[in-house]
Design a protein around this ligand. Structure first.
Ligand code: ADP
Ligand code: ASP
Ligand code: MG
Length: 424
């Protein structure tokens, strides 16, 4: 008997009909002779709606209470899903994150899993039940409080369950047919990828491709969990995420390829204007920013003007962290000696990912050429071993993605199907 972990995202359980459809699919897996453990997200846009509600009653909601609120979304879907399965004649039991033994640290809104103790899940499985677990949530032993794993965290719940229960496969069911060469909502003729290395998927997720939670990919890589990302709306094969280091028979799959193009509209740019061009200033600026726990992404320092001996330093960070960083820098204006600060939240980031970059020097030239031909101005550039990212104006990043997708011959013949979801 195999053990399968399945995860259903919000768009797959958006209403009562969808929940019944998903229940049927889970029962099919059980009927085929498998033990089945399911991680489920909140229905549709519930999490966003709850967040909006929280901000209506408090400008900065208390993190502990926000987690209490947001975890209620998954409680609704888990109970409804278990009921739907039971009414189809199969035993099912739902569990909250804490009942499932999802032990995390105490960081509200971005908790890390420290241990999984699925004692109650094993008992339920032994008694023949289908197990449904609320995604995205855990419990801190230190504070005895409920935590959440960060937006999109139900993927990580599923992978952690698969690792702890030594599942044969972890299936991530979503509203598209798998992982594509770009977000089908941005590049309609993106192609489905049959297999992708976890290294490439990590870079895509870090670059804004929200089809998988980045921590789920990291966790799967560390614990050797094979992921299958697929649609809950069809029975087609989706995309396998594997690690060539441990996936048997996959060694030869690692050809030099471009895996895909990702876009990200979630960052803003801060420019520190008129910084004295002397050693130690960058260190002081970024120490000040680091104290606010900001996740700085790209950094560019201009050449200093010979007449003034001053320069500008720009960096990007998530929009939600911009205000804190600006305040911290303003407070240190005298000691840092800069002339002014600029904040720009109308930027977009485009990233090209693939292991072809390791060996093929022409990749960046081709990328810049494609952007030039599309009339798109590049404001910042950064690279890693298998990724090139550029910052453009926010309203040009989708056109940029389509141009780059075509230039690297990634276009498919047909339009990719988006089965559901609002893309929120
Ligand atoms: P779920 O609610 O099932 O977790 P998400 O909305 O979190 O679904 O993730 C699925 C969405 O990810 C898709 O609808 C698609 O718009 C987006 N996406 C971004 N990049 C990609 C990509 N490279 N391949 C497939 N989907 C992508
Ligand atoms: N419901 C949570 C969110 O919307 C977790 C998830 O869906 O993965 O972020
Ligand atoms: Mg998701």
């Amino acid at each position: 008997m195999s053990l399968i972990v399945q995860k259903y995202g919000g768009s797959s359980v958006a209403d009562a009909e969808s929940i019944k459809r998903v229940a049927k699919r889970i029962v099919e897996a059980r009927k085929a002779g498998n033990d089945v453990v399911v991680a489920v997200s909140a229905m549709g846009d519930t999490t966003d709606d709850l967040l909006d509600l929280a901000h209506e009653v408090a400008p900065i909601p208390a993190p502990r209470e926000l987690d209490m609120l947001l975890t209620s979304g998954e409680r609704i879907s888990m109970a409804l899903l278990a009921m739907a399965i039971k009414s189809q004649g199969y035993d099912a039991r739902s569990f909250t994150g804490s009942q499932a033994g999802m032990i995390t640290d105490a960081t509200h809104g971005a908790a890390r899993i420290v241990e999984v103790t699925p004692v109650r899940l094993r008992e339920a499985l032994d008694e023949g039940a289908i197990v449904i677990v609320a995604g995205f949530q855990g419990f801190s032993r230190d504070t005895r409080d409920i935590t959440t794993l960060g937006r999109g965290g139900s993927d990580t719940t599923a992978v952690a369950l698969a690792a702890a229960l030594e599942a044969d496969v972890c299936e991530i069911y979503t509203d598209v047919d798998g992982i594509f060469t770009s977000d089908p909502r941005v590049v309609p003729n993106a192609k489905k990828i049959a297999r992708i290395t976890s290294e490439e998927m990590l870079e895509l997720a870090a670059s804004g491709a929200k089809v998988l939670h980045i921590r789920a990919v990291e966790y799967a890589r560390r614990h050797k969990v094979k992921l299958h990302v697929r649609s809950s709306f069809t029975h087609d094969e989706g995309t396998i995420v594997y690690d060539p280091a441990w996936a048997e028979g996959e060694e030869n799959m690692e050809e030099a390829i471009i895996a895909g193009v990702a876009t990200d509209l979630s960052e803003a740019k801060i420019t520190v204007v008129g910084v004295p061009d002397v050693p130690g200033v960058a260190a002081k600026i970024f120490t000040t920013v680091a104290k606010t726990n900001a996740n700085v992404d790209m950094i560019v320092q201009n050449v200093s003007a010979a007449t003034t001996g001053r320069t500008d330093i720009s960096f990007t960070l998530p929009k939600g962290e911009g205000e804190r960083a600006l305040t911290a820098l303003s407070n240190e204006k005298a000691s840092l000696g800069f002339e002014g600060l600029q904040y720009d939240d109308q930027i977009g980031k485009l990233s090209l990912v693939g292991n072809a970059m390791r060996s093929n020097a022409g990749v960046s030239a081709r990328l810049f050429e494609a952007l030039f031909e599309a009339g798109i101005n590049i404001e910042m550039i950064s690279t890693s071993e298998i990724r090139i990212s550029v910052v453009t104006r926010a309203d040009t990043v989708s056109a940029a993605a389509r141009a780059v997708h075509t230039a690297f011959e990634l276009d498919g013949d047909a339009e990719a199907v988006v089965h559901g979801g609002t893309g929120r």
